[in-house]
Design a protein around this ligand. Structure first.
Ligand SMILES: [Ca+2]
Ligand SMILES: [Ca+2]
Length: 113
């Protein structure tokens, strides 16, 4: 049996569906940025953990540090705690923003044949 890999809800999935091929989604699992204690909720508890970490009151595991750095600046500090707190209050969305130095534009050129 043929298996097709592709992104969920793409034309590839539709193609696999309509031809009864097995479809394997390549879409990564949703990011849990901000869910520091891993309970599935992003709330004040997570903000508190980040706040305490930045104050040197507790340690976080490497995995926790990755999700705790919600603004993606490489530091886990009060800014992240504030962002998580605001998110839990429904004030902001948590979306990974590209780093300022990361905005290289790749230009594609047509290759003459
Ligand atoms: Ca949590
Ligand atoms: Ca940060």
């Amino acid at each position: 049996m043929l298996t097709i890999c592709g992104y969920a809800n793409s034309s590839v999935e539709k193609y696999a569906d309509s031809n009864e091929f097995k479809f394997v989604s390549l879409t990564p699992p949703p990011t849990s940025k901000g869910d520091v204690n891993g309970d599935g909720e992003i709330d004040e508890m997570d903000a508190m953990l980040v706040s305490r970490y930045s104050a040197g009151m507790l340690n976080l595991t490497p995995d926790q540090l990755i999700v705790a750095d919600v603004n993606g600046d490489g530091e886990v500090d009060e800014m992240d705690a504030m962002l998580i707190s605001r998110y839990s209050a429904g004030l902001i969305e948590l979306t990974a923003k590209p780093k300022p130095n990361d905005n290289k534009v790749v230009e594609l050129e047509e290759i003459p044949d």
